[in-house]
Design a binder for this molecule. Structure first.
Ligand SMILES: C[S@@+](CC[C@H](N)C(=O)[O-])C[C@H]1O[C@@H](n2cnc3c(N)ncnc32)[C@H](O)[C@@H]1O
Length: 248
């Protein structure tokens, strides 16, 4: 291996890069602020620079997670213990799959006596061992029946990281995020077993009050939690509800 790398490097070094005979400069593997930004809209360039220096992005890559969001769910579970071996989980807004990977690990979905994870998203996901993928709109009428058919005994946790496409208009994004959390709760109440847990992405402030009241009525405990992996400047936070009460 060492020999090969050496020989390709020496070939490159010995080759003039242009007709003047000047050699190409050695390539740097460090992210180059200007190179990343060149030719891109400033907002995209800023996003790329932030990704390149984000420790959670680097950790996700190193540990094989598909998104840095995986660490948000790990923190939520470390704190609230919603997963255990053998549990059944529905992951809403699952693509590209970081949360499903964490859930699958923690319920041991890929083992004989392990649990199960059903990943639902508008977009398709690449396969994850132990995870069943359903490509559907969570706001569609058919989704609850579909999940009931696939998990007739009910599920132990419904988790939602659903987010609408960002408009850049804070209030619009907020209203849409809360609407998705409402849809996630409606679904959860149709498929969760008594004692089950619910997690959803919401945004800080404003019109999430109805959701909170509904959660407090139906669950034993309700908390807001902003994981360290959630960027400080992001308005997102998570609502975690534990212990679904049996219907009256
Ligand atoms: C922030 S991403 C989720 C990241 C994911 N938790 C992970 O760890 O990889 C939000 C996802 O919500 C999905 N989504 C938004 N609205 C949806 C809807 N109505 N039904 C299903 N999925 C939806 C989007 O397609 C997107 O993939």
């Amino acid at each position: 291996m060492g020999g090969k790398a050496k020989s390709s490097r020496s070939r490159r070094d010995s080759k003039p890069a242009n007709k003047t005979g000047a050699k190409k400069p050695a390539r740097s593997h460090r992210p180059n602020k200007r190179a990343i930004g060149s030719g891109l809209k400033e907002s995209s360039a800023r996003w790329l620079r932030r990704q390149a220096s984000d420790p959670f992005v680097r950790a996700a890559k190193a540990q094989g997670y598909r998104s840095r969001s995986a660490f948000k769910l790990s923190e939520i579970d470390d704190r609230f213990k919603i997963f255990a071996r053998g549990r059944a989980v529905v992951d809403l807004g699952a693509a590209p799959g970081g949360w499903s990977q964490v859930a699958a690990e923690r319920v041991a979905a890929n083992t004989v006596k392990g649990g199960s994870v059903l990943a639902v998203d508008l977009s398709p996901l690449d396969p994850i061992p132990g995870v069943t993928v359903v490509c559907m709109d969570v706001e569609s009428d058919a989704v609850v029946d579909n999940i009931r058919r696939m998990a007739p005994g009910g599920v132990d946790a419904v988790i939602s990281d659903m987010a609408p496409p960002a408009t850049g208009h804070r209030e619009t994004d907020h209203v849409r995020t809360v609407a998705l959390a409402d849809a996630a709760l409606a679904l959860a109440l149709g498929v969760l077993k008594p004692g089950g847990a619910f997690v959803a992405k919401v945004t800080q402030g404003g019109s999430g009050k109805e959701l909170l009241v509904a959660l407090q009525r139906r669950f034993g405990a309700v908390r807001h939690f902003k994981p360290k992996a959630s960027r400080k400047e992001s308005p997102e936070t998570y609502v975690v509800a534990i212990g679904l009460k049996p219907p009256n």
